[in-house]
Design a binder for this molecule. Structure first.
Ligand code: BGC
Length: 758
């Protein structure tokens, strides 16, 4: 029975009072513990080591591993990463808790990026669902499985906005848009952390990489970022701010320079903005070795200076540079780092450990029975399947070639990726078993009414593909072409599964080409020439530039790297057992030369060439300015129509809200979901605003023939922006509003924002 409002308000008040007293209690405990710690023990909390030996075997006797072991015993290690499984975690925790003087438990970190052992779609794919509830659930499932394996902290979500399709880590984020990216950041933080961080099924989240990593020049990973204040504040920072507002407990800095300063050494980002303006009270971990890399950047002369700069800038924990543990004590004694900075960092780290309940029970995450029960459970697999289906984007479907008929069809299934059980896991899947994904070939065999002939056709890569190896992508072997072409000739439909191997995107995997690696494009064209009834299923971790396919191939399905249940999700979409509803969270360019390509650009002073033959406008002479597939694009097996766009008023005062409504009708013949999107254009402002900015969206499910009025609200948050001083401002003027099913076209209206009330 629902509680009456009064009782509910009372209960809420009690709840927030109890949260307040809990946090007061934690603050007291932190202070008490801090007062007992030596300088070296404090610095120890700021030191994080990678898993370094099989913790359940004998202790290492010499070398780096022996040093690390000894440091654990001395209380000089605050955290470890890449230790996993309850047995291993218990073993290292035991040394910290039982052998060190103060017995402070370790916080155990791991890259739970899109699942732990049960792998869900890559974050870019999940973002294509625009389904915040599903994304939150997916993170919650990942947290549950990881927490059961001893882990209590994930290095996710990556909330970097991606500007360049060449960058390999596009796959790890939410795409190119700060509004969508912020909503998804919040969903992921909530999913990982839940309502109660001390519950054994939740883990601390980490917003990374603060900041600007996704704007690397030339899309080359780890490269320099140079952006103006307006871009920093309007494009890059919003998802980080949203994560702070959602109470994310940790941040990670990064490898890049931002406007000439390594972000790891940036006081402006870490102390002034994050901890100052935004009042973040969790802690910041460096990226792997990034404190030491400030020497390579040419920012620090040596390790001691690197440690000094990072600590003073507010980088609280050193991941694998070994520089805090070796240099900080001396720097404090020499007066180069204020001990108050050390105390502040330690307070932050201890606070999160208390919140996780690690002081109540350091083995809280080490229940072997729970681990056995939860790992790879049916619940997790079902959730991964659901997320995978929701992540698929139908890019093109001429003449309703899809869905495929379930009986009487001869299908030629072609492509190395169609039978690959490894690739769909992506490149962040350290805890998953290799080759544990369901392939398209396996899943299609569940549809017994059709005959499937499988031919590889061509490989996607040369040599081994793995987490640490360089992957060569220019295979030239066409020996499988003939068999593939023959299979296509004898079939009703050819389904080609092409794209990038899971290890061809991700960290350190930038590309200069955005086509299909190797000879896959040639394979596609050869098969199409034999049988034009082609369904192209793409598996990739970044936008691809495939103009030939977009022009010629009748049906294209974007299936990313979808994780453990990949094949089932794809087969269910191909056969229409699931009606796709994904929308692109990134623009797909026509050519790599158009990159960086993003929908929320500024207008130039010479925006359109409407005079034939005139060359002096902003364009390329060999390619259009348009994307191949725009941000927000995605089809369904049914059709949607937008009508009756209405604004609650033609003008609105600063501080008031405007309601935008639109009628959405399912005009097709089956039930489906549509993401209705609202964009604005602030037509003139003191800092020029993009031609379109997403400011609202709703995922709506409608029966065939059904209509619904969708409402959006535009208020101060949506209509404001950051100026060149980094201040949030709202300026009177004329705005356009566009509502539709993608960032292109849609219904349009306008209103005036006035300085004072009507
Ligand atoms: C990545 C981080 C990751 C860390 C720990 C780094 O190379 O940039 O995103 O969390 O390694 O594995």
């Amino acid at each position: 029975m629902p509680l009456p409002i009064k009782m509910l308000a009372g209960a809420m008040l009690l709840f927030s009072l109890s949260l307040h007293s809990q946090s007061m209690e934690i603050e007291q405990k932190v202070e008490e513990l801090l007062s007992k710690m030596t300088l070296e023990e404090k610095i120890g909390q700021m030191n994080q080591y990678n898993g370094f030996w099989n913790a359940t075997g004998p202790a290492p006797q010499d070398g780096l591993a022996a040093d690390k072991y000894e440091h654990l015993q001395k209380g000089w290690v605050g955290s470890m990463l890449n230790v996993r499984g309850t047995e291993e975690v218990r073993a290292v925790q035991k040394i910290a808790v039982e052998e060190s003087r103060l017995g402070i438990p370790l916080i155990i970190g791991f890259d739970v990026i899109h699942g732990y052992k049960t792998i869900s779609p890559i974050p870019l794919a999940e973002s294509a669902s625009w389904d915040l509830e599903a994304i939150e659930k997916s993170a919650a499932m990942a947290a549950k499985e990881a927490a059961a394996a001893g882990i209590n902290w994930t290095f996710a979500p990556m909330v970097d906005i991606s500007r360049d399709a060449r960058w390999g880590r596009v796959m790890e984020g939410a795409g190119e848009d700060p509004y969508l990216g912020s909503k998804i950041a919040v969903a992921r933080v909530r999913g990982f952390q839940g309502d109660d961080l001390s519950s054994p099924g939740t883990i601390a989240a980490c917003a990374k990489h603060f900041a600007g990593y996704g704007f690397a020049e030339g899309g080359r990973d780890y490269n320099t970022t140079d952006v103006g204040t307006a871009t920093l504040y309007n494009q890059i920072l919003p998802p980080f701010k949203a994560a702070v507002d959602a109470n994310v407990r940790t941040f990670m800095n990064g490898f890049n320079l931002l406007n000439g300063v390594p972000v790891t050494g940036s006081k402006m980002l870490q102390r002034d903005i994050l901890k100052g303006e935004w009042k973040f009270d969790g802690f910041v971990v460096s990226d792997w070795g990034s404190i030491g890399e400030m020497i390579d950047h040419g920012y620090a002369a040596d390790g001691a200076q690197a440690a000094e700069l990072a600590a003073n800038a507010g980088s609280d924990m050193d991941m694998e540079s070994y520089l805090y543990v070796s240099e900080l004590a001396e720097l404090v004694r020499a007066g180069k780092v204020d001990e108050a900075h050390i105390d502040d960092a330690v307070r932050r780290i201890l606070r999160v450990k208390y919140e996780l309940g690690l002081f109540d029970d350091p083995y809280r995450y080490c229940d072997a029975e729970r681990e056995a029960e939860v790992t790879g459970s049916e619940e997790l697999e079902e959730a991964a399947l659901d997320m995978a289906r929701k992540s698929i984007v139908l890019l093109k479907n001429d003449n309703d070639l899809l869905p495929l008929a379930k009986t009487g069809q001869k299908i030629a299934l072609i492509g190395a990726l169609a039978a690959d059980n490894n690739s769909p896991l992506g490149s962040w899947r350290i805890a998953a078993e290799d080759s544990s994904a369901v392939s398209v070939l396996q899943a299609m065999q569940f549809y017994e009414g059709n005959t499937i002939t499988y031919e590889k056709g061509a490989d996607v890569a040369v040599g081994p593909v793995s987490f640490v190896m360089e992957t060569k992508i220019n295979t030239t072997d066409k020996s499988g072409f003939d068999a593939a072409v023959a299979a296509a000739k004898g079939a009703d439909v050819a389904v080609l599964v092409l794209g990038e191997h899971g290890f061809q995107s991700g960290e350190g995997r930038s590309r200069t080409e955005l086509g299909l690696p190797g000879v896959q494009q040639e394979l596609l064209e050869a098969v199409y020439a034999a049988n034009p009834n082609v369904v192209l299923v793409l598996q990739n971790g970044r936008p691809l530039a495939l103009p030939w396919a977009a022009e010629n191939v009748p049906a294209i399905v974007e299936a990313w790297h979808l994780g453990t249940m990949s094949g089932h999700a794809i087969a269910q979409v191909l056969y229409g057992d699931y009606n796709p509803s994904g929308k692109l969270p990134v623009s797909f360019p026509r050519s790599v030369g158009q990159v960086p390509m993003f929908y929320n650009q500024h207008s130039t002073g010479r925006p359109a060439g409407d005079q034939p033959g005139i060359v002096f406008w902003s364009h390329y002479i060999d390619e259009s300015n348009e994307p191949l597939f725009p941000f927000g694009h995605g089809l369904s097996y049914t059709d949607f129509e937008y009508s009756e766009l209405q604004l609650s008023s033609e003008s609105v005062a600063v501080g008031e809200e405007l309601t935008v409504s639109v009628k959405l009708t399912n005009t097709g013949s089956r039930k489906g979901k549509e993401v209705a999107q609202l964009y604005i254009h602030d037509r003139y402002a003191s800092v020029v605003r993009p031609v379109k900015e997403l400011k609202g969206f709703e995922l709506v499910e409608l029966e065939a023939g059904e209509s619904k009025t969708v409402e959006f609200t535009l208020g101060r948050e949506e209509l404001s922006f950051y100026n060149q001083k980094g201040e949030q401002v709202i300026e009177p003027g004329m705005f356009s509003v566009m509502v539709g099913g993608s960032s292109v076209g849609g219904l349009e209206a306008g209103f005036e924002l006035k300085a004072t009330e009507n």
